[in-house]
Design a protein around this ligand. Structure first.
Ligand SMILES: Cc1cc2nc3c(=O)[nH]c(=O)nc-3n(C[C@H](O)[C@H](O)[C@H](O)COP(=O)(O)OP(=O)(O)OC[C@H]3O[C@@H](n4cnc5c(N)ncnc54)[C@H](O)[C@@H]3O)c2cc1C
Length: 376
């Protein structure tokens, strides 16, 4: 039976970043992807924001990998010419009560290691963004946007340079513990094929819980069962897109199911609003046009120049959450499952936002788990 060193399940931004990190000439590394190319699921359906790491609980993997990933992404963008803009971001308080929240958000961000946050008065805010309405704001200069597809192309080029390969249209359908690793069964257009790998890295995004189940894990007991949470986006007419020059966010809702419907700009300067937050039972990317009023009501408070007719449905993405509706925010799970009887099986579960920003730091973290395992 064919033997490889590392099998990575999923060619989203996280699987690709990890493959680029762990690939080397003396290792056989495969990325297995069920779709015809990379980045067709969550990694291709998100806001493209390079987050600073303000929101997440201190010491959590979300906080540490986001803060590190922010720095690493800008470095990668500069070195390899990946499209990005360090626009900066404003979190805008609409009322005096929300102003109090700004102070605690700023302190949380500072505890997470962000050094450049500042609170702006109403006047400072008007000076920076004359078309934004609010009583105060946090300015986060290190937030920005990235061409996420170009980032993924970069990781693909790096992993291929190091000799790793990607098998597209190849779905992992079975994982069985073997003497020194795992028997992985894949299905492609020619049928089924089984090979042996020393290490499995599960980066299957919206299917990561099912992949963990394939390996025999009890996902309910482990707390890995996913709850899909959809986010719709609406685009804003191009004339209005030019009326702000930064990313504009409201104060986030409690429990952080999302960070509030906000305005982002893409690399071409087009504005989109979103994502909304709606737990769903299945994967369906159709935008619910009935949400238009909700979008309008959410943003007109701080972006009063937006009119109802400026909004057009754009796209939707789905968050792979382990946080059930009403529960407190949950951290990323990134772990080698030796303790659960599966040594060399590395799970990445619940990699929702800020997974794009965090991707290079997650890759470094998983890389160190791999070195520990292969060094044993
Ligand atoms: C609405 C929304 C907005 C977001 N905005 C931001 C943002 O602005 N900034 C930010 O930092 N993060 C953001 N995120 C988070 C970020 O997009 C994700 O964390 C990241 O894209 C996850 O990447 P991934 O590689 O883990 O998953 P995915 O991109 O979903 O990739 C998983 C891959 O695994 C494959 N796969 C699954 N099962 C199998 C199998 N059995 N066999 C083979 N292949 C399989 C899938 O086909 C898929 O290609 C956002 C997320 C959402 C939903």
């Amino acid at each position: 039976m064919h033997e490889v060193d590392i099998a990575i399940i999923g060619a989203g931004v996280v699987g690709l970043a990890i493959a680029a990190q762990v690939a080397s000439e003396d290792r056989e590394v495969y990325v297995l992807e069920k779709n015809e190319t990379f980045g067709l699921e969550t990694s291709g359906r998100q806001s493209g924001v390079i987050h600073a790491g303000i929101y997440y609980p201190q010491g959590s993997l979300k906080a540490t990998t986001c803060v590190d990933g922010n720095r690493m992404l800008y470095q990668l963008c500069r070195t390899y010419g990946i499209g990005h803009r360090r626009l900066g971001k404003l979190i805008v308080a609409a009322t005096d009560e929300e102003t109090g929240e700004l102070q605690s958000l700023l302190e949380r961000g500072e505890r997470n290691g962000i050094v450049d946050l500042a609170i702006l008065s109403k006047r400072d805010l008007k000076e920076l963004e004359p078309n934004v309405e609010g009583v105060a704001a946090i300015l986060s200069p290190s937030s920005g946007i990235i061409d996420s597809h170009a980032l993924m192309r970069h990781f693909v080029a790096r992993l291929q340079e190091e000799g790793a390969r990607i098998a597209y249209r190849t779905e992992v359908v079975g994982i069985e513990k073997a003497a020194d690793g795992y028997k992985v069964t894949v299905e492609d257009s020619t049928g089924r094929f089984t090979f042996v790998t020393r290490i499995v890295i599960n980066c299957a995004g919206l299917q990561c819980d099912r992949v963990a189940e394939l390996a025999g894990m009890d996902i309910v007991e482990a707390g890995y069962k996913l709850h899909y949470c959809k986010g719709d986006y609406f685009s804003v007419s191009s004339t209005k897109s030019k009326l702000v020059s930064r990313l504009i966010y409201p104060v986030p809702p409690p429990k952080l199911t999302g960070v509030g419907i906000h305005a982002t700009l893409d690399i071409e300067g087009r504005m989109k609003l979103g994502p909304s937050v709606q737990y769903v039972d299945s994967i369906d990317y159709a935008v619910d046009t009935q949400h238009k009023q909700l979008f309008y009501d959410s943003v007109r408070i701080f972006l009063p120049f937006i009119e109802y007719d400026d909004l057009e449905p754009e796209m939707a993405g789905i968050r792979p959450k382990i946080q059930k509706p009403g529960e407190d925010v949950k951290d990323f799970v990134i772990t080698d499952e030796t303790d659960k009887g599966l040594p060399g099986f590395i799970n990445l579960i619940g990699i929702e936002s800020p997974g794009l920003t965090a991707s290079p730091a997650i890759a470094e973290y998983v890389g160190s788990l791999v070195e520990d395992l292969l060094g044993k």
